[in-house]
Design a protein around this ligand. Structure first.
Ligand code: GRG
Length: 333
């Protein structure tokens, strides 16, 4: 399947959604809103929001009513308007993490997405506040845009909060900072913890949030069916689809990170755009350092296969998500 057309279409929707759903720079305090917009609107692959839109697209009215039966419909883009605020929310949250990660107290990076980092373009305090505001804005978007279904708004917020919290994204970042100070004592379990939480958690959330929007937060006759014998059966396809999305995100996240380590280890420093001239993580443990290049390649392939297997368990037309997974895990830069 050609990825170019659907990717361009998803990306265009996301760019429009981001522009429309971020606070305008003309509202006070303009400097804060300018910094938020600078951070978010400055490029990036938009991987997480693309996953949200694509996951929502897997389900349609039919699957909603029948509890997740397989359909063979091509992408019809019908879920995009509904899923767009959630896609924007996850990109806001991801961007906050990048803005904070770039700060002098963490990675002290000068460049992000090919431009000066937010604290370089503005100042440290403004970047800190812009990150805080993006994190808060993500949850405000969910409350505002899914108010018609409190159960959905709650499920989306819970999913995002869990992925972004102290056990996952922030926990992964904390363990990463600790590991950087003591690379020699870093174990492979810690390495997995870091990447399952820093990278995979947000990919899981992106897919599951799309699934929640596509399927609905609960089986159709829930909670009316609660306590009845058939309630477990009614819940099963719903739970299975969300579980498959979560597993796909987890394995895609690990594969993505291992491939990142392989590319870092094999790249010529001239072509290594993101750290050219400055290797802030020289001593850090990576999959390649711990397992060697060959085993790291095998691990990346295994994780990719697990992600593809999970995607194949989903209803609807999964060709886009399968092709995207393949592209992300075989990328050369
Ligand atoms: C500060 C709470 C907090 C967390 C920071 C995102 C992050 C955690 C650190 C950035 C460094 C890093 C390599 C993290 C792993 C996750 C990852 C691969 C981030 C980059 O995501 P991409 O490649 O970036 O999707 P774009 O710019 O395309 O959105």
């Amino acid at each position: 399947m050609s990825l170019a057309e659907p990717l361009a279409r998803y990306t265009a929707q996301i760019e429009q959604g981001l522009d429309a759903l971020l606070p305008t720079a003309s509202t006070r305090p303009a400097r804060l809103h300018e910094a938020m917009r600078y951070a978010v609107l400055g490029g990036g692959k938009r991987l997480r929001p693309i996953l949200t839109l694509a996951a929502a697209e897997l389900f349609d009215e039919h699957t909603h009513l029948t509890g997740g039966q397989r359909t063979a419909r091509p992408i019809n883009w019908s879920a995009i308007p509904t899923a767009l605020p959630a896609a924007v929310a996850i990109e806001c949250l991801h961007t906050y993490s990048l803005v904070h990660d770039d700060l002098p107290c963490m990675d002290n990076d000068d460049l992000r997405r090919g431009r000066p980092t937010t604290h370089r373009a503005f100042d440290e305090a403004t970047a800190l506040l812009a990150g805080d505001a993006l994190l808060t804005h993500a949850f405000a978007l969910l409350q505002e845009h899914y108010a018609h279904s409190p159960a959905l708004a709650l499920a989306l917020s819970a999913e995002l909060a869990s992925a972004a919290g102290s056990h996952r994204l922030i926990g992964g970042q904390m363990e990463d900072l600790l590991a950087e100070k003591n690379a020699a004592a870093t174990t492979p379990e810690t390495l997995d913890f870091i990447h399952l939480n820093k990278t995979a958690a947000m990919l899981e959330a992106a897919l599951v949030m799309g699934g929640l929007i596509g399927i609905g937060p609960e089986p159709p006759d829930w909670p009316a069916a609660q306590g009845r014998a058939q309630s477990a059966a009614a819940a099963r396809p719903h739970a299975q689809a969300l579980d498959a999305l979560r597993r796909a995100g987890r394995h895609l996240g690990l594969a993505f990170q291992i491939v990142d380590d392989i590319l870092d280890a094999t790249a010529d420093t001239q072509t290594l755009g993101k750290t050219a001239g400055k290797d802030a993580h020289a001593g850090k443990l990576t999959y390649v350092k711990h397992y060697g290049l060959k085993t790291a390649q095998r691990l990346a392939e295994e994780q990719t296969e697990h992600a593809l297997d999970a995607l194949r368990k989903l209803p609807g037309d999964t060709r886009f998500l399968l092709a995207l997974t393949h592209q992300l895990t075989t990328r050369k830069k």
